[in-house]
Design a protein around this ligand. Structure first.
Ligand SMILES: [Zn+2]
Length: 204
């Protein structure tokens, strides 16, 4: 019998949700087509600078961050328009797994807390500071999400990046942090932030 409709080779089926969730959260998962280890759960989204800072300079080493003065961007810290900011990870549980993805965000600390945090982070004992009030300086969802959302920064020991928890219940990602998102919803977020390449490796 003649085959009238051929399936083109490019139209590989998209893996089911459970498989996407596994690939997304397994730190050792290697792309099926090219073998790249994707580490897709942590820091795929990594905004260059806090919201409102267009065309930021290349970041300096953290050791060059000073307590006062001019605008400054380092690997993990920023001072811009009078605000003192840090990088944090915003965790979102992946539905159907015990794991989370970690979205890179910028958030604020009061001047005094910023100095305390930097000193403690250098000592490796920032966890003793406990939770600190913070405003979120990364738009979620990208371009349409609210800004200056209330939240807390939870510092960790050994210089590990702190995590950010949204406490404003009206923010769309408040529910996402409490209840999780489907893997496909997280991949859509990655695409919004311009990381479609990671998504295509995950789906390959
Ligand atoms: Zn690949």
């Amino acid at each position: 019998m003649m085959r009238l409709f051929r399936r083109p080779k490019a139209a590989a089926p998209v893996p089911p949700e459970s498989e996407l969730a596994r690939r997304l959260t397994d730190p050792d998962y290697a792309c099926a087509c090219c073998g790249t280890v994707l580490r897709a759960s942590t820091g795929v989204i990594h905004p260059a600078a806090p919201f409102g800072w267009s065309n930021p300079p290349p970041p300096r080493p953290d050791a060059e961050f000073t307590g006062s003065g001019r605008e400054l961007l380092t690997e993990n810290y920023a001072r811009h328009a009078g605000d003192n900011l840090i990088r944090a990870y915003l965790p979102i549980p992946v539905k159907g797994t015990d794991a989370s993805v970690f979205i890179g965000v910028w958030c604020s600390l009061k001047t005094g807390n910023h100095a305390l945090f930097r000193a403690a982070q250098e000592q490796g004992d920032a966890d003793r500071l406990g939770d600190m009030f913070s405003w979120l300086y990364t738009q979620l969802p990208r371009l349409t999400g609210p800004l200056l959302t209330k939240g807390i920064v939870a510092p960790y020991s050994k210089g590990r990046r702190p995590v950010y928890w949204i406490t404003e219940e009206r923010h769309p990602f408040y529910a996402a942090q409490q209840q999780g998102l489907m893997a496909t919803e997280i991949l859509a977020l990655y695409e919004d932030f311009g990381h479609g390449e990671v998504v295509s490796h995950l789906k390959a």
